[in-house]
Design a protein around this ligand. Structure first.
Ligand code: ZN
Length: 445
């Protein structure tokens, strides 16, 4: 390494007044890579580090910082001590003995980082802005952002930096492995996409770069599709690493299931969408109002056998079982479609039983949100089922859709697991099998 390189790359700014430190361009954060992860907001009033400091109290403007920056950045900024009257300075990021002060693995990462110096140029008008505004975890957003900027260490990238010897894709054995190979060419990835609700979008994936592809996705896909794509992309990278480092072969149905579950769990955690905070989800089964019946609905999948089933249980306001229904759903593989198809069977079942005041409950927040909101967007494959559900609603005197966390939906879940291997639809009333009695009893306490 040349001395010049060491001087340039071995230093970061130390915050004093912050007036001479460029917020977006300088390396000034305490931890690697010392620069902001947050894309430049393009706001003129935020140019220097001093813009984040209250000039009177000499403290960080915490509210502003938390509003503008990603959590990773916020924590680092707020951890920097501010003292009275100190000028901005430099900090050597090597230790006293001249050793690089971060772990050796970081060196390689820094090479990649440097290669993409200037990648933090995503303005508010960027066509892939949806990445940042999506309801996904920060790590997923950052992964796609890095993918746009060539900062994912795919083998082609590592070969360019002379740190890898092969450019073969670990999943399919073809190559060269690039981000576009991983997301749009790899036979394993294409199998995952073909089994997912994005199968109709596969023909749209061939683009010159991931930036161009995301631009297309941002302009043409529904929010639902975009977010599923974001989770799937991130999980495909995870599957690729598991294959490379642990020799675990990727299983496309599990990847799809993981993406769907993650989306639901993330949405639940965020409490966003039409449910809002006033409709908090319950953790435990709750009896319906005294004049209503509650029907819990759940779907289950046996990924290896490509079998699916739905389970339904109807209970009174005293928690007494009024009926159970086992619904085999062979051939379905998308978890959301399985949930929706089970709910549709529940609606039909209730009407057949002349139950006119019913609370339908599921642990799929996405399904409940979709059913509650007449204008919500949904993927076209599931649209037919949702529309059919809606058509039945007029025939009830009163319908409520509620969400319950998975532990509150245990009876329906147990029935659904039975349904996976059932060949025929089966209904029980008071004579339901003993295997469910303990689970039913748990719900009553
Ligand atoms: Zn491949």
């Amino acid at each position: 390494m040349s001395a010049q390189y060491l001087l340039r790359e071995g230093c970061r700014k130390r915050v004093g007044t912050g007036a001479t430190i460029s917020l977006w361009e300088d390396a000034w954060l305490p931890n690697f890579p010392y620069r902001l992860m947050t894309p430049d907001s393009g706001m003129e009033e935020l140019s220097y580090v001093s813009d984040l400091i209250d000039p009177v109290t000499r403290t960080w403007r915490r509210d502003l910082i938390e509003e503008v920056f990603l959590p990773e950045d916020c924590n680092q900024i707020i951890s920097i001590p501010l003292s009275q009257g100190q000028e901005d300075g430099w900090v050597w990021i090597f230790d006293a003995k001249g050793n690089y002060s971060v772990k050796s693995g970081h060196h390689r990462a820094m090479e990649l980082w440097r290669m993409e110096n200037g990648w933090a140029v995503v303005t508010s008008s960027s066509p892939w802005r949806f990445v940042w505004t999506s309801t996904t975890p920060e790590k997923v957003k950052i992964w796609h952002w890095k993918a746009i900027h060539g900062a994912i260490p795919v083998r082609q990238r590592l070969i360019e930096k002379h740190v890898d010897y092969s450019d073969i894709c670990p999943m399919c054995g073809a190559g060269p492995e690039t981000v576009m190979h991983l997301l749009s060419e790899c036979s394993v990835s294409l199998e995952v996409l073909a089994q997912s609700s994005l199968r109709g979008r596969i023909s749209e994936l061939s683009r010159g770069s991931y930036g161009l592809l995301l631009e297309h996705i941002g302009g043409n896909w529904t929010r639902d599709e975009r977010e599923l794509w974001m989770f799937l992309g991130w999980l495909l990278w995870d599957a690729r690493n598991k294959k490379l480092w642990e020799n675990k072969s990727p299983c496309p149905p599990s990847i799809i299931l993981a993406a769907t579950r993650l989306r639901e769990e993330w949405n639940t955690a965020q409490s966003t969408g039409p449910l809002g905070t006033s409709n908090a989800s319950y953790s435990h089964w709750q009896a319906p109002p005294f004049d209503m019946i509650k029907i819990n609905s759940d779907g289950a999948l046996a990924l290896n056998e490509r079998l699916a089933g739905g389970g339904l249980v109807a209970r009174s306001h005293q928690g007494e079982v009024m009926g159970m229904l086992v619904v085999p759903l062979q051939g379905l593989i998308d978890p959301f479609i399985v949930e929706a198809a089970t709910m549709l069977q529940g609606l039909k079942w209730a009407l057949h039983k002349q139950w006119k005041r019913v609370c339908f409950e599921s642990d799929s927040l996405m399904l409940i949100s979709t059913l509650r909101s007449p204008s919500s967007q949904y993927r076209h494959e599931v649209g037919g089922i949702i529309n059919e559900c809606r058509r039945f609603l007029d025939q009830f005197d009163r319908v409520i859709f509620t969400h319950v966390r998975r532990q509150g939906n245990a009876v329906a879940d147990a029935i659904a697991r039975t349904a996976i291997h059932a060949t025929d639809r089966q209904e029980w009333e008071l004579d339901y099998p003993d295997q469910f009695r303990a689970i039913v009893a748990l719900d009553r306490y």
